[in-house]
Write a protein that binds this ligand. Structure first.
Ligand code: MLT
Length: 273
């Protein structure tokens, strides 16, 4: 991975290929590695940037609380540091999708399109936010095992959980490798993220909405509503996948993304023309 220095942290980013840029954002509490197969699929045709967000993977950690706005501003600074001036397509899984919507709100001119993958527009309920803050304290005290235990059963389709132990183990190790301070800071940021629902009708860009057909966290029903609220959205449901659709069905997700990226390029939206 490449390291770029942002204002207060070193920021790790996989930077491969050449041409029109697409940025892939991971979910919580994961790393850029969830996109490994899509990076390989997309790189022959374009530049793929897959960062570890602040506090995750190999990027620097700032303890306390990291907001979605901070994550979005980090991305803008990363693009500056890498000399990327043309509009990018931003693809985000779950928390990465929240960051993508926040990036639209704060840095709209830098975007040519969005991919919202297994994510939600709604904010946390007060109960969910309170539970996240409690989890943050526990993660700081007891380590990332707390998150692995609570989240793993919900991340996958039932058939993945039962039949693909190596994939479940890969994600468990990804979670256990996290820095407790970074994970807790992101959890607090997630708890106070805004409701992006009112933003959806204002998204004046091509958008691809992808959801695993058995996603129990951001359900197809909820993502269908997100897609219908965005003027230029297309909706793709990935069979036999849960919340980790890019890992559970990498080829189907890669195909949907490649087709979308081709259409955005053909429309001239990602070239600034
Ligand atoms: C994620 O995958 O990023 C998380 O499920 C997001 C969340 O907890 O809201």
């Amino acid at each position: 991975m490449k390291t770029v220095h942002l204002r207060d942290i070193d920021f790790a980013v996989e930077d491969e290929g050449a041409g029109r840029p697409v940025v892939l954002l991971h979910g919580f509490p994961l790393t850029h590695a969830i996109w490994e197969r899509q990076i390989a699929a997309l790189v022959p045709k374009q530049r793929v940037l897959a960062p570890d967000l602040r506090g995750f993977g190999q990027s620097g950690v700032t303890p306390g609380r990291v907001t979605m706005r901070q994550f979005a501003d980090d991305l803008a600074a990363m693009l500056d540091a890498l000399g990327v001036g043309e509009p990018v397509v931003l693809a985000g899984l779950s928390m990465g999708g929240y960051v993508a919507m926040q990036f639209f709100q704060a840095h709209r001119p830098r975007l040519g399109g969005l991919v919202l993958c297994d994510t939600r527009a709604a904010a946390d309920t007060p109960q969910a936010a309170a539970a996240r803050r409690e989890t943050a304290v526990r993660v700081e005290r007891e380590g990332p095992g707390v998150l692995a235990e609570a989240m793993l059963p919900k991340l996958f389709a039932p058939a993945t959980l039962a039949g693909r132990p190596e994939l479940v183990e890969q994600v468990r190790q990804m979670i256990l490798g996290g820095d407790p301070r970074g994970l807790a800071a992101a959890a607090r940021g997630l708890a106070e993220r805004p409701d992006f629902t009112p933003l959806l009708p204002q998204i004046d860009l091509p958008v691809l909405v992808i959801v695993g057909s058995q996603d129990a966290i951001s359900t197809p029903e909820e993502m269908g509503v997100v897609a219908r609220s965005i003027p230029e959205a297309r909706y793709v449901e990935i069979p036999a996948a849960g919340h980790m659709a890019p890992l559970e069905q990498p080829a189907a997700v890669g195909r949907a993304m490649a087709e979308f990226l081709d259409s955005v390029t053909a429309s001239g939206r990602s070239t600034g023309s």
